[in-house]
Design a protein around this ligand. Structure first.
Ligand SMILES: C[S@@+](CC[C@H](N)C(=O)[O-])C[C@H]1O[C@@H](n2cnc3c(N)ncnc32)[C@H](O)[C@@H]1O
Length: 418
């Protein structure tokens, strides 16, 4: 039996019931079509099926089914007529006036909240349910739970705290925005030893990454020679209009491979990195090129000193180490003078198992559309963006040390709007 057939056998009933409950006034034939379409879409990613346990596989199928239902609702004009009755069953607390899409999200939000609530200890669930959802008085709640009012008050406090932790862990708003895959979620928890997703996640990731690079300095150049595509620095320089008067920045400069190539071509180059050891190495390069200006800065928050000074910024293999690449791009854009250019080189998104726990590689690359969106949000006009097979990085396969995985370069050249 193929993976897909097994999936079909195991979850057909769950998906059917889910779709039927979403499309209560719809013919059975349409429900079946949507169920079939759900399995067809999931089976396009057959390679992922076995990576998930039962719970996750089901959640994945239901999420896909949910999106197909939304598409169906949108296409069929019936949606508006059915809306009132479809949503009658929803709790009013999570409903609000507004666009259809928002209302659908409120359904999703309610599902999430109920799912999170059900993962709490039973007495915590009861306390929240009675007081926050049923709006019973303290006295009434205490009576129903057979305890004193004081004991109920402190139970409710603990229950809300536990609930909040669950929300932060599972649905931190930035994580939602970033659409973390399970793979990346695991990275946060296991590789960075971050067990609770808290508000300062970016700082923790940044701290642990800089600690790693501090200790990697000796081996960095040989790692770079083995892994990076030949001719990458020249390719990146050729994208921008570099000249003798340019003020340039190499963001996340590492040991300065690109910095050294640029130094003879420009007036001044800021070599920016958050690792003390990397910056220490760059200090010694100043002996060869006096126009190198080392800068110990975190690109996600510390670029205000450079504000508006840079004609051309380069970011080579930096973004996949950063928890929130969009913020880093916005900061780099702020460092540019009007009309300044930003050249980015990183990895195209892949699900291949190349990332290195030890190197604190955070993202498994990026999609072109994702990077384009971040650049545009930072008020940068994208002049060129794409994938280059010709410049591929060569990593060791995590499952087979003798095998190399080639990940093509993702590059972008953009300019700051006036
Ligand atoms: C893979 S290395 C690339 C170095 C260099 N650009 C090159 O092409 O060889 C990534 C570098 O980015 C730096 N880095 C990572 N996160 C950073 C951050 N938030 N701010 C500044 N530098 C950062 C690391 O310290 C490291 O030196």
């Amino acid at each position: 039996m193929s993976k897909c057939e097994r999936l079909y056998n195991d979850y057909y009933g769950d998906v059917f019931n889910f779709v039927q409950s979403r499309l209560r006034h719809t013919q059975e034939g349409i429900v079946s079509d949507i169920v079939q379409e759900t399995f067809a879409r999931v089976c396009e990613h057959e390679e992922l099926i076995e990576q998930f346990d039962r719970e996750k596989t089901k959640a994945w199928l239901l999420k896909v089914a949910h999106h197909i239902c939304i598409d169906y609702w949108r296409k069929s004009r019936k949606f508006e007529e059915d809306l009132i009755s479809d949503f009658d069953a929803l709790s009013k607390e999570f409903m609000y006036d507004g666009e259809i899409e928002e209302q659908l999200h409120s359904q999703l939000l309610k599902d999430l909240i109920l799912e999170l609530l059900s993962s709490l200890k039973i007495e915590h669930q009861q306390a929240i349910y009675l007081y926050d959802l049923q709006h019973s008085s303290y006295k009434e709640c205490a009576r129903k739970m057979d305890m004193t009012e004081v004991a109920f008050t402190s139970l409710l406090k603990r229950a809300r705290k536990a609930f909040k932790t669950k929300v932060l862990e599972a649905y931190d708003s930035r994580l939602m925005k970033m659409e973390l895959s399970d793979y990346e979620r695991r990275t946060i928890r296991k590789w960075f030893d971050i067990l609770n997703v808290t508000h300062n996640l970016d700082e923790l990731v940044s701290l642990k990454t800089s600690e790693f690079f501090n200790g990697f300095i000796e081996k960095y150049d040989s790692f770079r020679n083995e892994t990076y595509p030949h001719g990458l620095n020249n390719f990146l320089i050729s994208l921008a209009s570099v000249h003798k008067k340019s003020i340039v920045a190499d963001f996340g400069c590492g040991t300065g491979s690109l910095t050294m190539k640029l130094a003879p071509l420009v007036q001044k180059i800021y070599a920016v990195d958050h690792s003390k050891e990397m910056i220490h190495t760059i200090q010694s390069l100043k002996k060869r090129h006096k126009n190198i200006e080392p800068a110990l800065l975190d690109v996600t928050k510390g670029l205000s000193d450079l504000g508006g000074k840079v004609d051309i910024g380069f970011s080579c293999m930096l973004l996949h180490h950063i928890f929130d690449p969009e913020t880093a791009i916005a900061e780099m854009a702020n460092a540019l003078a009007p009309g300044g250019q930003l050249v980015i080189a990183d990895l195209i998104h892949t699900i291949e198992d190349w990332r290195n726990k030890e190197s604190h590689d955070f993202w498994s690359g990026f999609k072109i559309e994702q990077l384009k969106g971040w650049l545009e949000n930072a008020n940068l006009k994208v002049l060129q963006i794409g994938e280059q097979q010709q410049y591929a990085f060569r990593f060791t396969d995590k499952k087979d040390a003798n095998k190399k995985i080639e990940v093509p370069l993702l590059f972008a050249h953009s300019v700051k709007m006036g």
